[in-house]
Ligand binder design. Sequence first.
Ligand code: SF4
Length: 363
Amino acid sequence: MMNKIFFRNALLNWFSEHQRPLPWRQGDHPYQPYHVWIAEIMGQQTQMERVAIYFRNWIARFPDIPTLAAASEQEVLKAWEGLGYYSRVRNIRKAAAILVREHRAILPQNEAALLALPGIGPYTAAAVLSIAFNQPVPLLDANVERLLSRVEDIDQPVKLTATRKLILRHCQELLPADDARNFNQALMEFGALVCTPKNPDCPACPVQEYCQAFALDMVDMLPLPAKRQGKIDIFMACGILQQGDRFYIQQRMEDDVWGGLWEFPGGRLKERETPEHAAVREILEETEWQVIDLRPFATVMHYYTRYRVTLHAFQCVLAEDERVDAPVLHAASRFRWVSLEELESFAFPAGHRQLIVKMKDRV
Ligand code: SF4
């Protein structure tokens, strides 16, 4: 039987000694709601070390909610470039505008008002309420799921709704009413640094005597995974269209995947289509330009939550009778001809950014 007070105190002590010096935890005014919000959104699908770097740059560029609300979409996309999942940053900007308009530029302290903001779901609302405002709200992420499924020997797949509810109940029972900020972070940080997916540091674990998985020698078997789903392959092709020392780029439509980001023209391969043919066809469909002299440039791969994207890029030029300055845009809102150096100032999806790095390497 777990001694809840001991378990709680052991984790809080561990956290006070071992917590990482993350920027939103430091300074004269740690855990500012705006900082916690941005850090939590950045932390979705991103390692904490990277989040810390992006967070510092972000706060230097957008120190408060009014500055963020006044920024253009291009500015926020550029600051986010490389973090991926760009709908997150578009929602941040929309939410900032609402906060300025309706909440005097401060984050509200109740769940319903937080959930009404774009991009804030139950997890982020709970994170803001508990970490920024120290409200006694439990918080469940993959680290907490793993830690508690081991401690409580939970033998059901952790991603099942019923299992998550069970773990959330354990969190609620353990949560100290007056120190949710530290306890929630302690659970997550302990799962991330000690009770890790592989090779958890059980010999040094301060809650080892209350861990049922350890007692039963079942640490390696928990948590039980959900049924595995393979990645879905997507094959794409694009053209790096050059005219003198300028490259053609276009901005994706607002309501599109990666809306607002810039790209080299291209798209998905059709069944049995070669990448080269797809590049020519896509450019024709998107700009009404005929391109010629295609030469393979690079093939890059990029992973998204459920997808593995293989992107084939070709260098090419316009057919002689095409007018350089007049594409008819069918899949983009704007276009530019830019130098290699100027490509730096536009925000691109990760696959296209990989191509730009290769272009620079080859100069
Ligand atoms: Fe995790 Fe090992 Fe500690 Fe159990 S004993 S909580 S498995 S680190």
